[in-house]
Design a protein around this ligand. Sequence first.
Ligand SMILES: Cc1cc2nc3c(=O)[nH]c(=O)nc-3n(C[C@H](O)[C@H](O)[C@H](O)COP(=O)(O)OP(=O)(O)OC[C@H]3O[C@@H](n4cnc5c(N)ncnc54)[C@H](O)[C@@H]3O)c2cc1C
Ligand SMILES: NC(=O)c1ccc[n+]([C@@H]2O[C@H](COP(=O)([O-])OP(=O)(O)OC[C@H]3O[C@@H](n4cnc5c(N)ncnc54)[C@H](O)[C@@H]3O)[C@@H](O)[C@H]2O)c1
Length: 306
Amino acid sequence: AAGLNVQLFDKSRGSGGRMSSKRCDVGDLDLGAQYFTARDRHFVEAVRQWQENGWLAEWKPALYQSQGGQLSLSPDTQQRFVGVPRMSALTRQLLGDLPATFACRITEVFRGERHWHLVDADGQSHGPFSKVVVAVPAPQAVALLSAAPKLASAVASATMEPVWAVALSFARALDTPVEGCFVQDSPLDWLARNRSKPGRAVGMDSWVLHASSAWSRQHLDLPREAVIEQLRCAFAELLGCAVPEADFALAHRWLYARPAQGHQWGALADADLGLYVCGDWCLSGRVEGAWLSGQEAARRLLEHAA
Ligand SMILES: Cc1cc2nc3c(=O)[nH]c(=O)nc-3n(C[C@H](O)[C@H](O)[C@H](O)COP(=O)(O)OP(=O)(O)OC[C@H]3O[C@@H](n4cnc5c(N)ncnc54)[C@H](O)[C@@H]3O)c2cc1C
Ligand SMILES: NC(=O)c1ccc[n+]([C@@H]2O[C@H](COP(=O)([O-])OP(=O)(O)OC[C@H]3O[C@@H](n4cnc5c(N)ncnc54)[C@H](O)[C@@H]3O)[C@@H](O)[C@H]2O)c1
């Protein structure tokens, strides 16, 4: 928006990061962020604009909570948004025609005499660039900040927690009114019924289950099949209805799902070098926090470029 030339590199095959959706035979599944809320007025305004553009819609699930094995309705007035027809549709739209190189993992960010250069996992070099913004989870950012040791050590203090995500699809819809549920006292901490989200395929009854970070940490190296089975059992126990073997199942491990602690950093920078770091872990560990942190990095970068 400020007229600078931007080149984006991402190690994934598509945009979205932890807001990405997986394309499966049973439809698109949001395995990471499930929805987002908007509280900061700048973000509220951005969300309003995206909604007007048709990039996202409000999700109004039949919302439940489960505590000590007791399931109860838990309606509220909180507005929750999702990308349509999949979560990652939003990032795809935001990307527009910005030059982006996907499936490109950056392994080194180094400064030449006047400019920055990036090296990817295949040894290819990219650049020169006058500024670099590192927008990845803190533990992955550290390796890219060797040119600014002070910055690297601040970032290294931000640790992140894992989350196992499991998707289960059933040809016959489960006999339950639940469409979203906040869970306590279980290996799970969240579950959502995919087809209750606007614009999703309605053929199969697909669910996304998230394990708690504590359970995920304890079962980090459990084989995928065992993760699916254990979380399916926890799911069945929680719903209290018959849950057959799924017709389709997958498990995805998010190693750096959420920040372990909250920070109010906004973004971090070595402005003299032209190196900026941002991400949800600089703020609230939510989509809104990620967006605000990116805005803050951009603001500082432009301030220094002026
Ligand atoms: C299971 C789960 C559930 C969640 N649920 C919610 C929710 O309901 N509501 C909510 O608001 N938030 C939720 N979140 C959090 C939300 O998804 C994140 O806060 C937000 O997406 C973070 O955005 P980001 O841009 O900071 O980082 P990311 O989305 O992690 O983006 C970083 C990008 O950098 C790329 N990358 C990393 N290293 C390299 C490298 N070396 N070279 C090139 N590319 C690299 C990655 O591929 C990725 O695309 C959830 C997250 C998870 C994992
Ligand atoms: N699994 C992950 O890796 C991960 C990472 C980041 C964020 N998240 C989740 O993303 C969500 C985003 O937070 P937010 O503040 O934007 O959303 P939000 O306001 O809907 O929820 C915030 C928290 O409040 C509680 N809550 C809200 N409404 C409730 C209700 N009706 N009944 C019972 N409890 C309720 C839940 O504990 C929930 O986690 C949270 O649920 C958070 O746990 C998950």
